[in-house]
Design a protein around this ligand. Structure first.
Ligand SMILES: [Zn+2]
Length: 94
């Protein structure tokens, strides 16, 4: 995916999910959703075929753990919010 198309996709995802675009490390962007007092971040993986990934982070932007990223894969924008919240809710800590 070209970078401009990537940015467009992030914008569309923010619109579709009611989230806001946040900047991540390395020129990447994500979409931040606030749900049940927790921040959930959606990101599109440009380097692999993983598609969308989602994780929960604290108020300082730290991921909850080292294996925080849950893979959503290819996901229609309309389902992105519910899929992300589901995946993050299913994310468990041993
Ligand atoms: Zn975790």
């Amino acid at each position: 995916m070209e970078y401009p198309a990537y940015l467009q996709e992030i914008d569309k995802a923010a619109d579709a999910t009611g989230g806001k675009v946040v900047s991540l490390a390395g020129g990447y962007f994500g979409v931040q959703l606030v749900a049940d007092g927790a921040n959930v971040v959606l990101a599109l993986d440009l380097d692999s075929d993983q598609g969308w990934v989602a994780w929960r982070e604290d108020q300082w932007g730290e991921q909850c753990c080292d294996s925080a990223e849950e893979v959503l894969g290819d996901c229609p924008l309309g389902e992105l919010r519910s899929r992300a919240l589901e995946a993050v809710a299913a994310h468990a800590h041993a």
